[in-house]
Design a protein around this ligand. Structure first.
Ligand code: ADP
Ligand code: MG
Length: 243
């Protein structure tokens, strides 16, 4: 399989607190990976190190075989290859839906407005939000906002999409519409790295499930094995609490 991201011996500490400890981890092209684990186990920090929102304390991160922690590497260009969707949407509240999806393309990718609009509309269609192009974020429900946030990230045409608990801030009745969109993206062959507490979704959509516990990857495998036949006691214990 084609290796897109490879993390080797990654560690991250905040002061004395070792939050990630010697993590080895890789993402293959086209793969959908769900990261599960208790709150505080380091899931967000792992994503934030991968997209360099946090500076790793040690270890290496390779992207298409290039060491992105090397000083000579262009991290701005690297970041454009990663789409990020957060729990709290982080839409620009002063811009309408279309401009939320256009602005990054203009500023970062230097696309012209016509092209950017076309691309934005394509992805707003993908997430079922094309009728809302003129709406402002405050006029949208949480589920609609998150679908726009996904379209905005897709509009940058990244190589991989990172999601950090994309449904955790949503009212229960809106979780389904966002998971449905994410499932469709998975079906389209997008490479996705998803931190989630939605175990049904992980079981259904993931090619691989990664269980994190206290800053390490305690276990990883296909959903079938992780959910039905975990090898580690701590995986069993976690699943018995959340399933
Ligand atoms: P998760 O996403 O699995 O809930 P996090 O990666 O957010 O876990 O956090 C893991 C640990 O790192 C927690 O104990 C958290 O308090 C700590 N942590 C995260 N970010 C920071 C930070 N910027 N400064 C200090 N501690 C942090
Ligand atoms: Mg988190």
């Amino acid at each position: 399989m084609d290796n897109l991201i490879e993390v080797k011996h990654l560690s991250k500490s905040f002061g004395e607190h070792a939050v990630l400890k010697d993590i080895d981890f890789s993402v293959n092209k086209g793969e959908v990976i769900c990261i599960i684990g208790s709150s505080g186990s380091g899931k967000s920090t792992l994503l934030r190190c991968i997209n360099l929102l946090e500076k790793p304390s040690g270890g290496e991160i390779f992207y298409n075989g290039e060491n992105i922690l090397d000083d000579r590497h262009d991290i701005y260009k690297y970041r454009t290859k990663l789409g990020m969707v957060f729990q709290q949407f982080n839409l620009f509240n002063n811009y309408n839906v279309l401009d939320n999806c256009v602005i990054g393309q203009l500023k970062v990718l230097k696309r012209n407005r016509e092209e950017a609009k076309e691309v934005a509309l394509k992805y707003l269609k993908t997430v079922g939000m094309e009728q809302f192009v003129n709406a402002k974020p405050r006029q949208l429900s949480g589920g609609q906002k998150q679908r726009v946030a996904i379209a905005r990230a897709l509009s940058m045409e990244p190589d991989v999409m990172l999601f950090d608990e994309p449904t955790s801030a949503l009212d229960p009745e809106m979780v389904g519409e966002v998971l449905k969109v994410m499932k469709e993206l998975a079906g389209m062959g997008l490479t996705m790295l998803i931190v989630t507490h939605e175990m049904g979704f992980a079981r259904d959509v993931a090619d691989r499930v990664v269980f994190m516990d206290q800053g390490v990857i305690a276990e990883e495998g296909n959903p079938e094995d992780i959910f039905n036949n975990p090898a580690q006691e701590r995986t069993r214990e976690f699943l018995s609490r959340v399933l």
